[in-house]
Design a protein around this ligand. Sequence first.
Ligand SMILES: Nc1nc2c(ncn2[C@@H]2O[C@H](COP(=O)(O)OP(=O)(O)OP(=O)(O)O)[C@@H](O)[C@H]2O)c(=O)[nH]1
Ligand SMILES: [Mg+2]
Length: 426
Amino acid sequence: MGKAQSKDEEYSEEFQEAKRQIEEKGVAGAQAMMRETLIGWKDIKIKIGVTGNAGVGKSSFINAIRGIDDEDEENDDDKSGARAAKTGQIETTMKPASYTYPESPNITLMDLPGIGTPTYPDLDIYCERVGLETYDTFMILTSTRCTKLELELAQKIKSMGKSFFLIRTKIDQDKKNEKRRKKPDIEAMLKRIRAYLYEIVKDFGIREDEIFLISNHKRDKWEFSRLVEAILGKLPAHQKEALTLSLKILSKDVVIGKVEILRSQLWKASLIFHLTIVVESELYFRPMLDILSALSIDHDESKTAHLARSERVVLAFLGRRTEFFRSQLGLPEEDSDEFEKMKPKFQERMRKFYPNEEDESFWARCFAIDISNITSTCRPSGRLTKVEKILNRVLDEMQQLSLDLLDEAATHTQEPRTGDAKQSET
Ligand SMILES: Nc1nc2c(ncn2[C@@H]2O[C@H](COP(=O)(O)OP(=O)(O)OP(=O)(O)O)[C@@H](O)[C@H]2O)c(=O)[nH]1
Ligand SMILES: [Mg+2]
């Protein structure tokens, strides 16, 4: 994720900007700027159009990919778009509605009305009314047979120079139907469906692996997680990072992708931390030293007080970062029901990720790291490297725990593993 060259460019660009901010507004300005770039992924806008015939499962897909239940009424009145999309057996979505990832309101999934309904019988009118040209990319959903209108829609999207994936929903229903046959062969059925669709869309330059067979009701089966990976792969680097960080944990690939991004951001996080310490010294330590010098009083006591303050800054910083990593990897809060349900061996490993800001011995106990060792390091580069090292270690252990939890869940439910690149179910 992210090419080395562009990361270097980005690094030096942001670094130059931080330097400029220090000159203009002092370290507090640079600190604010770095903090903004660190949470910048929340500001990148992506608009994905979800379209297709009426009733193929567009709204259900929008809920499934955001990890929201169709029946989730809790958020029904939520105007931010983080609510469940309405689904139903009759024509349900009458005009475009936008839905967002709960974690990232700027990633918009547009739930478009079905084509070819009495409300939108004509494709040109449909395209105009839903503003087809305003989307970055599309998901065309289909179930059972492909219709002429769906093909015309695909043609229209291609002619606008935009990309789309073809998603065949309701595979669970096909499986049920296949099982009623005398000699059911689910694998052969899946192949048949894929070959049928490929034959129809290959002239649009769609590759066979750009067709996805999914069930909105069973995200852990067939090709749902491969689809998520493919959507990420299509987006430019920044959008990909934004969407990855917004995803709920669906698979091992998502865990690994998130950790990779969090790791690539470590230098920014530790630079903020360093600037915080510098701000502390500027605001507190330096004026104090001046006063003490003026009064000809020994500095040592003040130095100790400053180090104690710095130590609190380190504890708070590491605590906040660890909490962010934990929420990114979908690991539960301490004392939550989810935590209570975990096996004791996992609970034990999780305890390392609930740092207590008041507990100075936490990092030494859990990660064999001496915090005072960091604060007493005066060289900024030494401080930065140490903080990055600690956070890297936290990420290593969190990634491993998340992967082990996914394995455990897969064994427990006896379902196919969600992280496999090509999933199939027989
Ligand atoms: N078995 C099964 N049913 C599905 C799946 N996806 C959607 N459905 C059902 O299909 C029906 C229509 O789903 P919607 O998500 O409302 O379909 P839509 O494409 O948004 O429909 P319109 O908005 O009317 O165009 C609902 O009863 C869903 O529960 C799926 O993957 N498997
Ligand atoms: Mg709908």
